[in-house]
Design a protein around this ligand. Sequence first.
Ligand SMILES: Cc1cc2nc3c(=O)[nH]c(=O)nc-3n(C[C@H](O)[C@H](O)[C@H](O)COP(=O)(O)O)c2cc1C
Length: 199
Amino acid sequence: MAETKYIPLPRPAARGRFSLEEAIAKRRSQRIFFRKQLSPAEIGQLLWAAQGVTAKPGNFYFRSAPSAGALYPMEVYAVTETGQYRYLPEKHALVLVLERDLRNDLCVASLGQEPVKEAGLDIVLCATYERPYSRYGERGKSYVDMEAGHIAQNVHLQAVALGLGSVSIGAFDDAQVAKILGLPEGQYPLCIIPVGYIA
Ligand SMILES: Cc1cc2nc3c(=O)[nH]c(=O)nc-3n(C[C@H](O)[C@H](O)[C@H](O)COP(=O)(O)O)c2cc1C
């Protein structure tokens, strides 16, 4: 079996240049970006804000955003000029999924919304409903959707704290996005978050 190659991310910073209150006050959906790549430190910080490990009691890993029953049903993908990557919270590392720039394809699948192809990074939140459904039944669906909102807001506030801009994109063709990202069966895209340098 081929060995998985991890791409370690720089250790996330514990302090930023804005207070939380300033980040909340400054956050605005940004849709016009310079076509410039984000640094590994910026990408790592944003992914940590999305789903990074913030406590490890015993063998359990708690993440940056709340999760109903701590089931953590979200997969986080990072899509950049160099390819599509999956974020591994427990290692704070990336795994390369595909070495191709998929931002243009994702833009088409998002009804041509330009920020998706112009931003240096698209964070795509994808959910597996199996565990929340088996524990909470139908209610599990809204729990997963709520969790995506928590995660997205963490990303938006972290973007502000890094001097970057972001926007939540909910208008896209689910099946097309799932196909572009090669999502495994049972995994569904919920939100695309372009993050970039504000033009
Ligand atoms: C669930 C959700 C889906 C959204 N989808 C889109 C979208 O597809 N395209 C877009 O440009 N903005 C989208 N937005 C951003 C809203 O348009 C934006 O939050 C709203 O206009 C308020 O502006 P503000 O975020 O600057 O406060 C979405 C926001 C949410 C919460």
